[in-house]
Design a protein around this ligand. Structure first.
Ligand code: HEC
Ligand code: HEC
Ligand code: HEC
Ligand code: HEC
Ligand code: HEC
Ligand code: HEC
Length: 417
């Protein structure tokens, strides 16, 4: 047998093995598939844009129908299933279609959702209660597999080389001198390709994420807890961020708004608070910081003109070339704050929930159905009366539904100056 050929063969086999290992892991990893395809709209135990998914197998009863729904929900509705019809009308948003997922992949997702450990009760004061989807930890796994395979390949090639040399010595063929590993072209080649692939991967990932800061949670000058205010004490978001209904910016409240209540509330008597790192926070001392900024001493009259603004660190921030308007979304679009910001009312410290990428905006515009105003019932949105034509098409059944995209929500100039 040709010796060169056999070592090349070995290399090809090994490379194929590596590739197979990758796809294999992918095919079975319901968690990775769920995170990649579903987690933008679904959580396992909580509602997001779509409903909480745990127990779906039982709710649907029929695995085939459930698979069909996930591949193409409108096809499931078309089978005449009552549940599918009811489900499709349950929410203003529509689900994506997943024609490219195989039945095995869908089963893997369902198995993952149905068997995932139930969500931990939020730890006392833990600020991760509203934490977004878990980070995908598969990259590390892939790196380890690749590395192991590469080491294995080198070992096998070395063994193969030694065996060949032994054989050649036995046959009396003069063998080529043994090359040091760093001089051997095959090894250098493999190494270079590996480096290039890894470098390219991290470079492009880094470039795409540049300036994005999903999960960003800076330390604020005062430990002000949204969980204490908007959660436990049920203060309406708009009491402090009223701008969200009126215009472009939601605004951060001034010291005066805090003092509406804190002239009277000078102590914190609630549950022990903790920072994200687990350090205890003294709520009463934090209220003292508010008093210092306001120039207020408890029990004395307050002169608001002495107040200095608190320098809150801005968390969400879009580049200057993007136009985003809160009232358009909150009032006209009727989108909940939590859809874009996560469950703020469960966070002690605010964390950036969405990645604020263009894909995030556009995907929602593609999938969110617009609610037209119905003069008979008064339901829906008067704002859309300018789109009379769509409305007529909807009534006459020419159109099923109208999304934000249909009314121009993906035109570049709508979001870019
Ligand atoms: C773009 C958002 C979006 C994505 C992505 C998405 N869904 Fe949905 N899903 C929805 C919405 C919205 C509903 C509610 C039905 C409706 O109003 O059309 C829903 C409903 C469902 C239901 C029915 C829920 C029930 O309780 O019976 C299942 C099952 C489901 N989705 C599974 C999935 C799976 C699995 C994936 C990933 C492969 C996925 N969805 C991805 C938005 C989404
Ligand atoms: C009592 C006043 C108050 C209430 C009520 C309140 N907030 Fe806030 N919010 C603040 C203050 C002060 C900040 C700035 C400090 C911080 O980021 O924690 C802030 C920050 C934020 C931010 C981050 C802003 C940035 O820098 O990007 C978001 C998002 C937000 N709030 C959403 C909400 C939502 C949603 C609700 C209702 C569930 C709500 N807030 C209720 C006072 C309030
Ligand atoms: C509508 C009334 C109201 C407003 C407005 C308000 N608070 Fe509070 N605040 C409360 C209540 C109620 C508590 C909890 C007291 C307790 O549990 O003992 C509290 C507790 C606190 C605490 C201690 C707990 C914690 O979150 O660390 C701080 C600090 C605080 N507030 C700061 C602020 C700041 C800063 C503002 C303005 C951005 C503000 N509050 C606006 C009602 C209010
Ligand atoms: C459609 C998604 C979406 C919805 C719904 C939404 N926000 Fe925002 N929010 C954003 C984006 C995007 C930014 C960053 C804006 C920027 O940098 O110009 C932001 C920024 C903020 C800020 C920082 C100050 C500012 O205006 O830049 C606060 C506070 C805030 N949002 C509160 C709220 C509250 C309260 C609600 C509900 C009444 C809400 N948001 C609903 C997407 C949304
Ligand atoms: C959770 C869903 C959602 C997300 C995320 C979202 N939007 Fe929207 N957007 C809507 C809805 C619903 C409307 C329709 C409201 C209206 O204009 O009447 C809308 C309308 C708009 C419009 C007006 C379109 C038109 O035809 O008049 C602009 C501009 C816009 N969004 C910009 C953005 C930008 C920029 C982002 C990302 C930073 C974003 N949106 C993210 C749901 C969303
Ligand atoms: C629904 C809102 C929306 C629409 C429609 C939209 N964009 Fe964007 N675009 C954004 C947001 C938000 C960013 C900022 C993304 C970031 O910071 O990562 C962005 C960023 C960009 C960038 C900078 C590169 C980048 O990814 O950061 C370019 C170029 C761009 N958009 C071009 C376009 C073109 C061309 C169109 C029309 C086909 C378009 N956009 C339509 C919201 C939108």
């Amino acid at each position: 047998m040709n010796k060169r050929y056999s070592s090349k063969n070995l290399l090809i086999t090994l490379l194929t093995l590596v590739i197979c290992a990758f796809t294999q892991v992918h095919a079975q990893d319901g968690k990775a598939l769920f995170n990649a395809n579903c987690a933008s709209c679904h959580k396992i135990d909580d509602d997001l844009t779509g409903p909480a998914l745990r127990g779906m197998r039982e709710r649907w009863g029929d695995d085939k129908l459930l698979h069909l729904w996930i591949k193409n929900w409108s096809a499931a509705v078309a089978t005449g299933s009552e549940y599918a019809k009811k489900m499709s009308e349950s929410r203003p948003a529509v689900m994506n279609t997943f024609g490219s997922l195989t039945d095995e992949q869908i089963s893997a997702i369902i198995d993952y959702v149905e068997t995932a450990p139930a969500k931990k009760a939020p730890e006392a004061g833990g600020s991760n209660a509203g934490a977004p989807v878990e980070k995908d930890d598969n990259n590390l796994l892939f790196a380890i597999i690749t590395l192991t395979m590469a080491v294995l390949a080198i070992v096998m090639l070395t063994v193969n080389g030694s065996l060949r040399r032994l054989q050649e010595a036995k046959d009396g063929v003069p063998s080529k001198p043994i090359l040091a590993i760093y001089k051997n072209k095959t090894y250098i080649g493999i190494f270079a390709v590996l480096c290039l692939v890894l470098f390219g991967f991290f470079l492009s990932k880094g470039a795409v994420d540049l300036g994005r800061q999903k999960g960003y949670m800076p330390e604020q000058p005062i430990f002000y807890s949204h969980k204490v205010h908007a959660g436990i004490n049920q203060i309406n978001c708009l009491y402090c961020h009223g701008g969200a209904e009126e215009g472009k910016h939601a605004n951060i409240p001034s010291v005066n708004i805090c003092m509406n209540c804190h002239m009277a509330i000078n102590e914190y008597k609630g549950e022990q608070l903790y920072t994200a790192e687990g350090k205890e926070v003294n709520g009463t001392a934090e209220i003292q910081k508010l008093y210092a900024a306001a120039g207020f001493t408890h029990g004395q009259a307050w002169d608001p003109s002495k107040a200095k603004p608190i320098e809150w660190v801005k968390i969400h921030s879009l580049p200057d070339h993007v136009y985003f308007n809160h009232s358009q979304h909150v009032v006209a679009g009727k989108v909940q704050c939590q859809t874009c910001h996560g469950e703020i009312q469960k966070m002690d410290e605010v964390e950036q929930f969405a990645d604020l990428s263009m894909g995030w905006c556009v995907n929602c515009h593609r999938t969110t159905k617009v609610q037209f105003y119905d003069s008979a019932t008064g339901a829906g949105n008067k704002f859309y009366s300018i789109y009379e034509k769509f409305h007529e098409d909807l009534k006459s059944g020419k159109l099923d539904s109208v999304t934000v995209e249909t009314i121009g929500g993906t035109d570049c100039q709508k979001c870019h100056y």
